[in-house]
Design a protein around this ligand. Structure first.
Ligand code: SF4
Ligand code: SF4
Length: 153
């Protein structure tokens, strides 16, 4: 059985995700974070931090694709009536264009699953495979190519 993964020196989600308990917005380093080292208040960190696990920590991707290495954090958002959306959060500007992020996006599209790209700066982009619309999801958004609807917000 594969060994359980540990965050180690990764602190990527301490920037990408909002921490409601301490009012820290997404895309801003948490003031308690020692970047690439860990949490300065580890023993008393908020419940939201304790509960969070990115897809890499849960066993997704290769060992060397830890979020601080590939500069994106991937997790999932379950939207009732819509399904699971793969969320790709950018850690450093431009990382959403790197080969790893592209691979995750393409793979999810092939599996007919929606993907949301969340850059450090600018609008989020939701990619919805066209086949989802034919399964009765609806008909909003615009087509940028023959396979994907894109919605920016
Ligand atoms: S992004 Fe994943 S591996 Fe990195 S600190 Fe957060 S939960 Fe751990
Ligand atoms: S409180 Fe600690 S674990 Fe939570 S975001 Fe801040 S540095 Fe990371």
């Amino acid at each position: 059985m594969a060994e359980k993964r540990l965050c180690g020196g990764c602190t990527a989600c301490c920037k990408t995700h909002p921490i409601l308990e301490i009012n820290n917005p997404a895309r801003v380093w948490c003031p308690h974070c020692e970047i690439s080292k860990g949490c300065k208040i580890y023993e008393t960190r908020p419940q939201g931090c304790r509960d969070f696990a990115c897809q890499w920590l849960m066993g997704g991707g290769a060992d060397d694709e830890r979020p601080d290495k590939v500069k994106v954090v991937v997790d999932y958002l379950d939207i009732p009536g819509f399904g699971e959306v793969t969320m790709i959060h950018e850690v450093t500007e431009g990382a959403l264009q790197n080969p790893y992020a592209n691979r995750v996006l393409k793979r999810r599209m092939q599996l007919v699953q929606p993907v949301c790209l969340l850059p450090v700066i600018g609008s989020n982009t939701l990619y919805i495979p066209q086949k989802m619309f034919f399964s009765g999801f609806g008909s909003f958004g615009r087509i940028n190519d023959r396979e994907t609807y894109i919605i920016q917000y």
